[in-house]
Write a protein that binds this ligand. Structure first.
Ligand code: HEC
Length: 146
C-alpha cells in the first residue's frame, strides 16, 4: 500500500516541478538582455543605470556631468540621433570625458584595431560593429520621448 501512495504523490508533484523549472529557465532568458548588459558594463558608471546621468563616478569626480541619455531624442526635435551616438561610441565623434581615441574610458571593446591584435579574423569587424549597434539600440530604447 505504501509504495502506491508514493507513486501517487510523485504523479501529483512532478508536473509542478517540471513547470517550475521551465519557468525559471524562461525567466533567466528574459532577464538577460545583452544590450542592457553592454550599457551597464561600459557606460553606467558615469551615465547611471537608467542613463539619466547619476552614475557613481559623478560623485567621485565632482563637476562631471554626463547629461541625460534618455533625452537625446527629445532635445533633437524628437528624433533619436542614431548616427551621432554610434560615432560617439566608435570614437569618430570625440567627447573629452570619454578619453581620447587611443584610450577611451571603456577600453578596447569597441575598437576594430584592438580586436585584430587577437588574431586576423574577418568576423572581428562584425563583432565590434554589432556591440556598438546593440549599445546604440539600447540607448534608443530608453528614450523617454521620440
Ligand atoms: C568616465 C565617465 C563616462 C563614461 C564611462 C561614459 N561616458 Fe558618455 N559622457 C560622459 C560625459 C561627462 C558626457 C558629457 C560630455 C559633454 O557634454 O561634453 C558624456 C556624453 C555622452 C554622449 C553625448 C550625449 C549628448 O548630449 O550628445 C553619449 C551619446 C554618451 N556619452 C554615450 C556613452 C556610452 C554609450 C558610454 C559607454 C560605452 C559612455 N558614454 C560612457 C561621461 C562618460
Amino acid at each position: 500500500m505504501a509504495w502506491r501512495f508514493k507513486y501517487i504523490i510523485a504523479a501529483a508533484v512532478v508536473p509542478f516541478l517540471v513547470q517550475a523549472s521551465t519557468a525559471t529557465a524562461q525567466d533567466a532568458r528574459q532577464g538577460f538582455k545583452p544590450d542592457q548588459a553592454e550599457f551597464l558594463n561600459s557606460c553606467a558608471s558615469c551615465h547611471g543605470r537608467d542613463g539619466k546621468g547619476a552614475g557613481f563616478l559623478t560623485r567621485v569626480f565632482r563637476g562631471v556631468d554626463p547629461g541625460d541619455l534618455t533625452q537625446l531624442a527629445a532635445v533633437n526635435d524628437g528624433e533619436f540621433p542614431f548616427d551621432r551616438v554610434f560615432q560617439v561610441i566608435d570614437g569618430r565623434d570625440d567627447i573629452a570625458a570619454h578619453g581620447d581615441r587611443q584610450m577611451p574610458v571603456w577600453g578596447d571593446r569597441y575598437m576594430e584595431r584592438s580586436m585584430s591584435e587577437y588574431g586576423p579574423d574577418e568576423l572581428n569587424r562584425l563583432r565590434v560593429r554589432s556591440r556598438i549597434l546593440e549599445l546604440t539600440n539600447y540607448i534608443q530604447s530608453i528614450q523617454e520621448r521620440e
